[in-house]
Write a protein that binds this ligand. Structure first.
Ligand code: CMP
Length: 134
């Protein structure tokens, strides 16, 4: 059985030409990219995507950042536990706390400009994939 998740390459990583490096890390880990596009969200679309964080103090800055430039959402697939595998590969949300060798440790700039987003569970993955790939 296969399992899917959503990964987004955020504007800071697109801006610094890191799309290829991030994709290479995913493919080396034998994760399959089965959907991919480049889009630019409006501020309101970013608010919709991050609706789960409504009321959090960082939401406005996050949504301004996520709508500041192009992003690359992609569907990632593997045999099992894709959500967990991708989250392990990208590391902790805060790059300062991410383990060496993870995407965020190696490439991210700050808590907001943390280079990538990945779904945090199977249910979230389903709705986040549907958000970008209807
Ligand atoms: P992401 O995985 O995209 O999910 C929500 C984002 O909010 C997170 O990565 C961070 O970029 C951003 N963020 C900013 N401040 C915080 C915070 N204090 N706690 C959690 N996420 C934060």
């Amino acid at each position: 059985m296969s399992a899917n998740t959503l990964l987004i390459i955020k504007p800071d990583a697109v801006e610094r030409n890191l799309i290829g490096q991030i994709i290479e890390r995913l493919e080396r880990a034998r994760l399959k990219i089965t959907g991919l596009k480049m889009v630019r969200l409006t501020y309101d679309e970013a608010r919709k995507f991050y609706a789960v964080h409504e009321g959090r103090p960082f939401l406005d800055e996050l949504c301004r950042f996520m709508s500041s430039g192009p992003i690359v959402p992609m569907i990632i697939e593997s045999d099992s536990d894709t959500v967990l595998k991708v989250r392990a590969l990208i590391g902790a949300t805060d790059p300062a706390k991410a383990a060496p060798g993870t995407v965020r440790h190696d490439l991210a700039i700050s808590l907001t400009k943390n280079s990538v987003h990945a779904s945090d569970g199977q249910e979230t993955a389903r709705s986040e994939i549907a958000f970008f790939f209807s």
